[in-house]
Each structure stands twice: as C-alpha cells, then as structure tokens.
Design a protein around this ligand. Structure first.
Ligand SMILES: *Cc1c(COP(=O)(O)O)cnc(C)c1O
Length: 395
C-alpha cells in the first residue's frame, strides 16, 4: 500500500503510540483529582502544555486543548465575533478557500447578522496582505485566513497579514492545521491572535488539538461544564491524546528541516512526473506550497473514478478534502481559484510525508499516468475533445 493522503490524516508514529499506551494503562487518573494518581495526570498535562507552547513560541497559559482543529476554529471565530459585537463591530474578513470548520461558522454568523467579506483569490491560490488592508473597515472584528490550504497546499503570506491586522487593531485568526509540523510557525513573530492546530495532521492521534489565544483575549466557551482549561473548555481532559500530541509535535518540529530537504524535492519530482500527462494542470502556486502537497486537474476524467482505480492499485489518494468526498459538489477551493466545475471534478490530491520513498513516488507517477490514460480511453467527453467537437479548457 502507498499512503498518499497525509493532508486527510497521518499515521501515528510508534513513539506516539507508546506514550499513549503508557498513559492509558498507567497514568489513567483524572487530572482534577487530588490524590497522587490524579496529580500525575495533571503533571503530564502541564508538561504537554509547556512543550506545545514552546513549539509555537508562546506562553503555556495561552494554550487551550480542544477536540481538534474544527473545535479550535469554531471557538476562535465565535470569540472574536462576540468581542466585536460588544463594540458594535460586526464585519469579518476571510477567504472562500478556508476549511469548512471556518466557512460554516462564518455562514452561521452571517445568518446571525454579521457581514463577511471573502477576498478574491488569485489563480495561484494566494491572497495578499494588501487585499486584507483594503478590506479592513472601522467595524471589522476579525480576519480569518488559513496558513496553508488543505487541498492545494498554498501558503499564505501570514506574517504580512498579521502585521496589517496588528497595525489596524483587528484580531487575526490563522487556521494552521496543515502548517504545523510542516513549515516553521511562531505565533509572536507572525502576530497571530488565534491559531488552530490538530494532532492527527502531524503523526499524532485524532480527536485532539489546540487553540492558541493571545494573552488578554477573553475566550468564549463553546462547551459549558467543569473548570478544565481555566474554565474555557469544559470536559475531562483527553490526557492520552494530549500526551500523544506533545510527542508528535516535538518530533515534527525537531525534524522540520527534513520537510524542506527531503519531502519538498520529492514533491517536485512527483509534480514534474504528473505534468507530463497531456492536458493536466497543477493547482496552487508551484513554490508557495506545502512540502508534501501535489494537486492536479486532468481534463476529461472524473476524480472519483480515478480514486477507485488507484485504490485498486493500493494507493490512498484524495480528490479534494476528506470532508467533502462523497458529495458530488466540485471542490470550493478549486472553484475559488477559477477552475470551471467540469475541470474541478477531475482533480487529484496526493499528499506525501517524510515516510514516502522515491520508489513510491515512481509508482505513483506510473499508476496515475496509466489510470488517466485508461479513463480517457473510455470517456465520451475525451472523445469529443479529441474530435474537436468540444474545446480543451486545459491546454
Ligand atoms: C483537518 C483540518 C481541520 C480540521 O481538523 P480536525 O482536527 O480534523 O477537526 C481544520 N482545518 C484544516 C486546514 C484542516 O486541514
């Protein structure tokens, strides 16, 4: 099997699994309990908080453990909207290519009377700090722009956007779920006010993540109950998950250079190989992209059929985000960069990791090339294109 869907989730490392098993079997106390077993769990929690904070360049008091990236995104946006509304500020700025955890929260706020400006996206999958500066109004409460896109891998100019927001006194939330462990991220340098991350995107466990909130910002609860997480996120802490996340994060950050020196060149090899397929196009900027992300559109094929053929070859790939697979709507991300729906339907995302080998990339190139050829050989659309009855969109 070749696992090439690391943007959907990653394989937990052996180190992570061992740390979690030890925690589950021995350190099972409730961190709120006063006896030694409970206090041992509380220590593990505090230790994990300190390590996560160090990796982000912030203070441990600015870390809130959540059930993952989606919850962190929801809580950040809800908090900023609440704080803005208190001052009569009900305008929000974002992009149309955000993760649904952000987009659907914004849609809900729109129905609650907020106004959202979605910035126009350049064909390369990037927005600029100038666009943000121009969109900010006196009543803007929040700018929410993701660090790196989960489908096309583009990396936004986060430092420049953070500087604009800080200068104008507007809160900045950065969904950094795809960036953490793949590119360097320091919340102070980048002037980020809220940051969401998720352990299962960097070889940690599922169902655990972090919301970083800059000191001085009063978080609003999504979940009411006990006093865990300084009263901002009720519920007995997922201690094994949090311990596993800290181990995974330490490992990912310690090996960041591998992303640039090993994964990125492997990605480029994969891009070069797939570019040779006629009437194909890379989605997202060639260089401003995540080290492991490859995303193509192939004219005249259905992405879903391609995935099934690849699955037969033991290849795990995606046509977009895992969250939208199964629906027949074309990817909102590909539409946002101007791909027509019929082209967006023929997309393939391959996301590799430091575990991917050169041989696997050779196999991927061969398998995708053959599968696209086969699908085109049985496609009526492709025949029309060949016979000139229909014009190619991808040259
Ligand atoms: C995976 C992902 C999320 C959601 O994280 P979960 O932990 O799965 O809830 C949010 N944003 C981005 C960019 C993601 O890739």
């Amino acid at each position: 099997m070749i696992y090439a869907d690391n943007a959907a989730t990653t394989k937990p490392s052996q180190k992570v699994i061992e740390a979690m098993v030890a925690c589950l079997s021995e350190d099972y106390g409730n961190p709120s309990s006063v006896y030694t077993l409970g206090q041992r769990a509380a220590e593990l929690l505090q230790n994990a908080r300190e390590r996560v904070a160090k990796n982000l360049g912030c203070d441990p008091s600015e870390i809130t453990f959540t059930s993952g990236g989606s919850e962190a995104d929801n809580q950040a946006i809800r908090t900023a909207a609440f704080l803005g509304a208190q001052k009569g500020k009900k305008h929000l700025i974002s992009t149309p290519f955000e993760h649904h955890a952000v987009l659907h929260t914004l849609n809900k706020l729109e129905r609650e009377g907020f106004e959202v400006t979605y910035l126009d996206v350049h064909e390369n999958g990037l927005v600029t700090a100038e666009q943000v500066a121009q969109a900010i109004r006196p009543d803007t409460a929040l700018v929410s722009i993701m660090f790196a896109n989960n489908e096309i891998g583009t990396i936004q100019p986060v430092g420049e956007i953070g500087a604009v927001c800080r200068e104008k006194g507007v809160l900045f939330h950065c969904d950094s779920v795809q960036a953490i462990g793949h590119v360097p991220v320091n919340v102070y340098d980048l002037k980020i006010d809220f940051l969401a991350l998720s352990a299962h995107k960097f070889h940690g466990p599922k169902g655990v993540g972090v919301l970083y909130t800059k000191k001085g910002i009063r978080l609003q609860n999504l979940i009411e109950g006990g006093a865990q997480e300084r009263g901002k996120r009720a519920g007995t802490e997922n201690v094994p998950g949090i311990v596993g996340m800290a181990v995974a994060m330490d490992d990912a950050i310690a090996n960041l250079d591998k992303q640039a020196t090993y994964v990125a060149p492997l990605r480029d090899k994969l891009i070069d190989g797939l570019s040779k397929i006629p009437h194909s196009i890379l989605n997202g900027d060639r260089t401003q992209r995540l080290p492991g992300n490859v995303n193509f559109c192939f004219e005249g094929i259905e992405g879903e059929s391609l995935l099934l053929l690849l699955d037969n070859e033991g290849i795990c790939a995606s046509s977009g985000s895992a969250c939208t697979s199964g629906s027949l709507d074309p990817s909102h991300v590909l539409l946002s960069i101007g791909r027509p729906p019929e082209i967006a339907h023929g997309s393939l995302r391959l996301t590799i990791s430091e575990d991917t080998t050169h041989e696997e990339v050779d196999t991927l190139i061969k398998a995708v090339t053959e599968a696209v050829e086969y699908l085109r050989s049985i496609s009526p659309v492709w025949r029309n294109l060949q016979e000139g009855k229909q014009d190619f969109i991808i040259q």
